[in-house]
Write a protein that binds this ligand. Structure first.
Ligand SMILES: NC(=O)c1ccc[n+]([C@@H]2O[C@H](COP(=O)([O-])OP(=O)(O)OC[C@H]3O[C@@H](n4cnc5c(N)ncnc54)[C@H](O)[C@@H]3O)[C@@H](O)[C@H]2O)c1
Length: 448
């Protein structure tokens, strides 16, 4: 590690000791891009790394709202505008009790480098609140979203910062947020938010895009090995938006997702989550707001494993789709022992640093990181912005083929950078290096 990288790392660890997720994301990235930093004194001269790993700014605000019984509550809201070197800030909003400055900073950091390789001109951001949507009525969710937007609206806009959904924020919440944005600004500025409903500027495939994109990326890895998804068994976590898209596209390509999970445990469905009835049931579990996967076992007569994670099931492919650090070293050891052949991240930073290192360095498994294989959602969000600017809607087939093509481009850029730096087929390091080079070039060109 160069002196400059050591200094930046030490400074961050001292300054942000209480922000473990943020430190994990940045320190892993510094390890990945190390080969691209060697013999390049310009980076230190313009102190590029410090500016790349810290957000441009971060807003913290209170979100007061009233429940259906007339009791007031106050949550904490955040928006971190991480980097705008290649376009306006763009990234999701997460409503979950675990949301704090460390989580939104890690999400904003990951989003910046994820967005860079989409080929679309967008910077990176993230935000959200420690609000728990579980058990809340639709009216409570609406009041919360309106209060959240009242605090946020001055900071966002089509050319400044464009929020989208993430955990706990789907099309219903985006609708309430957008309605309040319009009310406050007096402008029907459709590309100020993405993930909108189809009747007011949303894009077809946006809901499916996150999961579809991951499977398109996986299909390219399989192709590289002379294989297809036909007959492969997949372990997936979560049962939300990302998992739903992965199940649907895998089934279409002949694969079989045999696990889903929630905070309560996981279900094992040996026949696969492959039918329309099962896809629809996933949607109803998510909309129900209980955040439990057990009802799937009751409904389809399959086994439920309370309090456990799905990584113990022997499969060909593992795709974590739920949340950060949902897979630790013990899980990684089990995955290797089960002869899993592909580990493809859909959720943001789903593995601990040690688990990821173990999987990445295992000669038995091919790995892809969330900044590449998890970028389908933002790709179609950006395509939604393009359609809004054109005041035009593309067909399902047009959006889907663009998504597939862009995912292929991200795969190609990752594989090419890995090869250029003598890293073989390390798609994770390759992706980080390619994104680093794109953003650093833009930042240097724009001066201090
Ligand atoms: N939706 C998108 O467009 C999109 C795009 C890129 C990345 N992601 C990432 O994908 C992941 C899932 O997002 P989503 O949009 O599907 O959200 P979602 O709210 O639709 O679903 C989240 C799922 O994760 C599970 N989960 C959340 N916290 C958990 C915990 N602590 N333990 C166990 N399970 C937990 C929930 O039960 C739920 O099934 C997140 O990491 C998110 O950042 C989403």
């Amino acid at each position: 590690m160069s002196d400059y990288v050591s200094r930046v790392s030490a400074d961050l660890q001292q300054r942000y000791a209480g922000q473990p997720e943020y430190l994990q994301a940045v320190l892993t990235w510094l390890e990945m891009i190390a080969p691209a930093l060697e013999d390049n004194p310009i980076y230190e001269r313009v102190d590029l790394l410090t500016r790349m790993v810290e957000p441009d700014r971060m807003l913290t605000f209170t979100v007061p709202w009233m429940d259906d019984q007339g009791m007031a509550h106050t949550n904490h809201g955040y928006r971190v505008q991480f980097n705008s070197a290649i376009g306006p800030y763009k990234g999701g909003l997460r409503f979950h009790p675990s949301v704090n400055p460390s989580i939104v900073k890690f999400l904003g950091f990951e989003q910046t480098y994820k967005n860079a390789l989409t080929g679309l001109p967008i910077g990176g951001a993230a935000g959200g609140a420690d609000f728990d949507p579980r058990g809340k009525s639709s009216r409570e969710i609406m009041r919360f979203c309106q209060s959240f937007m009242t605090a946020l609206y001055r900071l966002i806009g089509a050319d400044t910062d464009i929020p989208a959904g993430d955990i706990g924020v789907g099309s219903r919440e985006i609708g309430y947020l957008y309605g309040q944005y319009k009310r406050l600004t007096g402008k029907a500025e459709s590309s100020a938010l993405t993930g909108k409903g189809l009747t007011y500027g949303g894009s077809v495939i946006r809901q499916e895009a996150a999961g579809f994109g991951t499977v398109y990326f996986l299909a390219r890895m399989l192709e590289h090995q002379g294989e297809t998804l036909e007959g492969k068994r997949l372990a997936v976590s979560g049962f939300g938006n990302m998992s739903w898209g992965v199940c649907r596209k895998s089934a279409e390509l002949g694969g079989k997702v045999v696990t889903l999970s929630g905070p309560d445990g996981y279900v094992y469905d040996p026949d696969g989550v492959c039918t329309q009835e099962k896809f629809d049931f996933m949607l109803s579990m998510r909309a129900g707001g209980a955040d439990k996967v057990e009802p799937y076992a009751d409904r389809f007569g399959v086994e439920f494993f309370p309090g456990k994670r799905p990584w113990e099931v022997p499969v060909d492919i593992v795709i974590p789709c739920a949340t950060q650090n949902e897979l630790d070293v013990e899980d990684a050891v089990m995955i290797v022992a089960n002869n899993v052949r592909y580990y493809v991240e859909a959720a943001n930073m789903p593995a601990t640093a040690e688990a990821l290192r173990l999987l990445r360095l295992s000669p038995k498994i091919l790995t892809a990181g969330s900044k590449a294989s998890g970028s389908g959602g933002v790709v179609v969000s950006a395509l939604e912005m393009v359609q809004n600017s054109l005041r035009y809607s593309w067909t399902r087939q047009e959006v889907d083929s663009r998504l597939k093509q862009i995912m292929g481009g991200i795969y190609d850029a990752s594989a090419a950078a890995a090869e250029e730096y003598g890293l073989g087929y390390d798609l994770i390091a390759g992706n980080d290096i390619a994104a680093f080079k794109k953003i650093s070039t833009a930042m240097i060109a724009q001066g201090l």
